[in-house]
Design a protein around this ligand. Structure first.
Ligand SMILES: Nc1ncnc2c1ncn2[C@@H]1O[C@H](COP(=O)(O)OP(=O)(O)OP(=O)(O)O)[C@@H](O)[C@H]1O
Ligand SMILES: N[C@@H](CCO)C(=O)O
Length: 318
């Protein structure tokens, strides 16, 4: 369980009066996250999610919370941040930044079928379009600059095979990012971490995207690649599942047609999406932070995905 900062009902009795939510009735730590401390919070007015941000600073957080509010106001299914009586959506609890957002109904679909991938693809395209006029900017803090900085930190821990793969891929991605095709890609606010465990379904009905705390401004295609690399693969081998990938990409394309540059960039972008999570998992695995209990994600999963994308080029986007 990863509760970095414990919170009790006693801690909340005064704090909650700054909101129009009534009294806090119950609070329950959520064990699954590895980035923030999350609680299900029940108050007299309903159920919410209380998050204490462990690593994110008050400089980055307004972007995430305002983006969620911007999207929620435009009909994209995401948790809506709750403002206090002064209108603020970023709060402080136990000396750390905190938020309260609406709780999404349902649960994660961890064994997705094409119908789920179709719903995710269509909502992702709607999200990209709805974000186009969002006025705030945040670069991808887990983008190329971070990859270049992190690679030499994790390389010494790796055996020869993975070491060679990482060196070659970081080199290839550095060149790709400097190419005209890359520069022609459409961009805007993206989720950047839209895995199975960051989407809720009630049955086959998508009820929302959440966990926007890697959100940033980057290419839409990177967001799509990250999403395909999780939703549309065989988790054991990392191989693409063509039925699920087609369902997701066709649904996306029907809402926001892909561009020529996106078609040309698809293959290297799938590799970029795999590299990003391989690197962050390597970093968390070899250089873990302290927590009450913490199970780091397996880095070799994304090493396999990266090898699969290199060895078996994906079908064209359209
Ligand atoms: N708005 C929400 N509605 C319903 N459940 C939520 C909501 N936000 C978070 N949760 C629940 O809390 C869990 C952890 O949240 P979240 O994924 O945001 O944490 P995290 O620390 O960022 O984790 P990670 O980055 O590892 O996915 C989710 O799996 C989900 O069950
Ligand atoms: N989705 C990330 C965890 C951070 O949200 C991973 O699977 O490595």
């Amino acid at each position: 369980m990863a509760v970095f900062t414990p919170v009790t009902l006693d801690d909340l009795s005064q704090w909650i009066t700054q909101f129009n939510l009534g009294r806090a009735l119950a609070i329950k730590g959520i064990s699954s996250g590895i980035e923030n401390t999350n609680f299900f919070l029940t108050t007299e007015t309903g159920e919410y999610v209380l998050t204490i941000f462990e690593k994110l600073t008050a400089e980055q957080l307004p972007f995430y919370l305002h983006l969620m509010r911007h999207l929620a106001e435009r009909g994209v299914l995401v948790p809506a941040p709750i403002a206090n009586l002064e209108g603020d959506i970023l709060h402080t609890l136990k000396g750390k930044p905190a938020s309260i957002v609406t709780k999404l109904e349902g649960e994660s679909q961890l064994d997705p079928k094409p119908v789920h991938c179709e719903a995710v693809g269509a909502m992702l395209a709607r999200m990209h379009i709805a974000g186009e006029n969002f006025p705030m900017h945040l670069p991808n803090l887990r983008g190329l600059d971070w990859w270049l900085k992190t690679t030499p930190v994790v390389l010494p821990y790796l055996p020869d095979g993975p070491k060679e793969l990482l060196r070659a891929e970081i080199h290839a991605q550095d060149a790709f990012a400097a190419s005209p095709v890359y520069r022609a890609l459409p961009r805007g606010p993206i989720h950047a971490d839209l895995f199975r465990n960051n989407v809720m379904f009630s049955g086959d009905r998508l009820t929302g995207f959440f966990d926007f705390y890697f959100g940033c401004c980057d290419t839409w295609l990177f967001d799509i690649a990250v999403t395909v690399n999780d939703w549309c693969i065989d988790l054991r081998t990392g191989a693409l599942d063509l039925d699920r990938a087609k369902a997701m990409l066709d649904a996306y394309h029907a809402v926001r047609p892909f561009t020529e540059a996106e078609r040309d960039a698809w293959q290297p972008m799938l590799q970029a999406g795999a590299l990003r999570f391989w690197l962050s998992r390597l970093y968390d695995f070899y250089l873990p932070r302290e927590a009450e209990m913490l199970t780091p994600h397996d880095p070799t999963h994304f090493e396999r995905i990266l090898r699969q994308r290199i060895d078996h080029p994906a079908p064209l986007l359209f």
